[in-house]
Design a protein around this ligand. Sequence first.
Ligand SMILES: [Zn+2]
Length: 140
Amino acid sequence: MIDIQAINERTIGEHDIHVHAFVKKRKERLCPHCQSTKIEVYMDVIRFILDTPIDGKRRFILLMAKRYKCARCFKTFDERCDDLYPGHGMTRRMAEWIDRQRVNGMSMYRMAKETGMDEGFFRSYFKRKAAQNEKQANEG
Ligand SMILES: [Zn+2]
């Protein structure tokens, strides 16, 4: 990954791997809501990000990140990270993993078993993806 720097990796119980990590390059310059440049760090947060399973274990990234606050519109927002797939709390490579399993004919039930997520997680992913594809088709 290009933007996430792992610090250490721990096996938790039998099924989970937790990777502690941080975002390498800070990119925040503008408020995404009003485009103001008057933004400041609001708090440190740990984001729980689903990553690709490995050796039959599900893997989460505990990402130490900044939350910003805009001094003009007072809204808060999370720092950007190029390795994250927007809106689903997972990495881009996890989204690619899901797409690949889908192409190979894996059911959502099976994906849920492999990753420890529930089927609803995958349903909402595919639903949103279908909506995006439709939008692109209409625009193109
Ligand atoms: Zn703002």
